[in-house]
Design a protein around this ligand. Structure first.
Ligand code: GLU
Length: 494
């Protein structure tokens, strides 16, 4: 849906490389992507790396790699971490745009919208404590607005560093939020804030406004945690004579108890989900629904289908609850939709290297129904590469015994199973054949199939939970299967 109006849409994501790609940043990035693609606009990645104390190239790599992993692409900015910037507004890293900020800060000073501030950290702290004692809101007291030339000269002589402080006009700021509708803030409560630190470092509120203008951003879509920053940004951009972009604030992501999803407590790094084997397609589908829905009952969408449906105005105002069960459910759906060959390929990192491609391809259909995450395959398939002795050491003899039976009853049942399996020669040692023979043996012995299979499963895999039993035996092969059952029989009679 591209009209002359929407084709000019330019949106951006502006991550700070101060930590791994966070769930919330991933969702903001996805919403910007879907919005841009839906209207045929342009998507910009800008790296907000002015926080040199906390930012690292490793975090930048984590963010960019994981955005790619999710299938999110952008039109301008660095395409790979540390790589060359693509696009007419390069550079797209704030650390390389310092000249621009210095020029704009000078303009603010010249026009009287900003002033030099000589206050030391200790002085500012003292003011803050005083205000706290008087139950006043903490804000700059405006001292450096009223300095004489003599004051300034003496501060300079002391060698004080000079910051640049924005003079916030006392006015009410209104804007029509793309998601929240009419929003109103009283900026007279704000207090003047620093835009360039004493060491010359320009700060977030300032550089974000300068860059959004310089990069011709038309829509600023970001997390609701930035809502209270927007009136500051609007005041600044007006002082600089910029055109005002539209703003949209995406609801917070909440824990199931509706508390704010914190960075520390919950698992919030996309990398962690990736490592556990959540599929990027499932993750994207899940993130898209954290605060938006297409208004139908359908729930499985590719990123392209999401872009077709996504309307920024349909994003919810209320907080979005992070429902891990839903993510698990979606992941299972996506795993089961893979072909065996696709699943085998994706399982590779989670399985021992000694399993060859053929084994992986045979294993994939056995695991498919049982996997929530790809990493579950590690444990489910471990019996294949463990030695017979290792598997034997996994369990106590009791585990072989089905509920309501004794060890003395289980031993003969398991030896019937052993004889049954031993009667099948190697080329016929295949899942269907084994299953029908074992079911018949259970019947003949007067045992329920489930009870009869229990000691076989524990003997062969060392566990009560395994991939389908007969497929597992087929994969393991006749010889090792029988050896493990012998071992279990010995344990039962000991
Ligand atoms: N660097 C900011 C952040 O990571 C960007 C905020 C914005 O989108 O304006 O939160």
């Amino acid at each position: 849906m591209s009209t002359p109006e929407t084709a000019r849409v330019r949106v951006r994501m502006a991550p700070s490389p101060t930590g791994p790609l966070h769930i919330g940043t991933a969702r903001t990035s996805l919403y910007n992507y879907l919005f841009a693609r839906h209207v045929g606009g342009t998507y910009v990645l800008r790296v907000e790396d002015t926080d040199v104390a906390r930012g690292t190239p490793e975090w930048e790599r984590d963010i960019i790699d994981n955005l790619h992993w999710l299938g999110i692409s952008w039109d301008e900015g660095p395409q790979v971490a540390g790589g060359e910037d693509i696009g007419p507004h390069a550079p797209y890293r704030q650390s390389q745009r310092m000249e621009l900020y210095a020029g704009e800060a000078a303009r603010l000073l010249e026009s009287g919208h900003a002033y030099h501030c000589w206050c030391t950290h200790e002085e500012l702290e003292a003011v803050r404590r005083e205000q706290e004692r008087n139950h006043e809101p903490p804000r700059y007291n405006g001292r450096c607005l009223r300095l004489t030339d003599a004051d300034r000269a003496s501060f300079a002589a002391e060698g004080r560093k000079v910051a640049i402080r924005f003079r916030v006009p006392a006015e009410t700021i209104r804007f029509d939020d793309l998601i929240r509708g009419e929003v109103e803030f009283d900026n007279s409560l704000l207090g003047d804030f620093v835009v360039v630190r004493g060491d010359g470092m320009p700060l977030y509120h300032f550089v974000v406004v300068v860059d959004d203008q310089a990069m011709a951003i038309t829509h600023v879509v970001r997390g609701e945690d930035h809502l209270s920053n927007t009136p500051k940004h609007i005041a600044l951009l007006r002082a600089l004579g910029y055109r005002e972009p539209r703003f949209g604030h995406i609801p917070l992501i909440l824990n199931p108890d509706r508390s704010k999803m914190s960075k520390r407590k919950e698992q919030t790094a996309i990398t962690a989900y990736r490592e556990q084997g959540y599929l990027p397609e499932a993750m994207v589908n899940f993130l898209a629904f954290l605060g938006w829905s297409p208004g139908t009952e359908e729930e499985i969408f590719s990123i392209g289908e999401l872009a077709e449906r996504f309307e920024i105005g349909d994003v919810h105002k209320a907080g979005a609850v992070f429902d891990k069960d839903r993510l698990d459910y979606l992941n299972g759906v996506y795993i089961r939709a893979l072909t065996d060959a696709q699943l085998a390929l994706r399982l590779r990192p989670y399985l021992p290297a000694i399993l060859d491609d053929r084994s992986l391809l045979r294993l994939a259909p056995l695991l498919k129904e049982r996997l929530v995450r790809l990493a579950d395959a590690t444990e489910l398939a471990a019996f294949l590469t463990e030695s017979d002795a290792q598997v034997g050491a996994m369990y106590e003899a009791d585990l072989l015994v089905p509920k309501g039976r004794s060890a003395a009853e289980t031993a003969p049942a398991l030896s019937i199973a052993r004889d049954t399996l031993a009667g099948v020669t190697e080329p016929d040692f295949a899942s269907e054949e084994l299953e029908s023979l074992c079911r018949a043996a259970a019947d003949a012995h007067g045992w329920k199939a489930g009870d009869f299979f229990r000691p076989i499963r524990v003997a062969v895999t060392g566990r009560t939970v395994s991939p389908p039993l007969f497929g597992s035996m087929e994969l393991l092969g006749r010889e090792r299967t029988l050896a493990r059952i012998e071992l279990a029989l010995a344990r039962l009679s000991a």
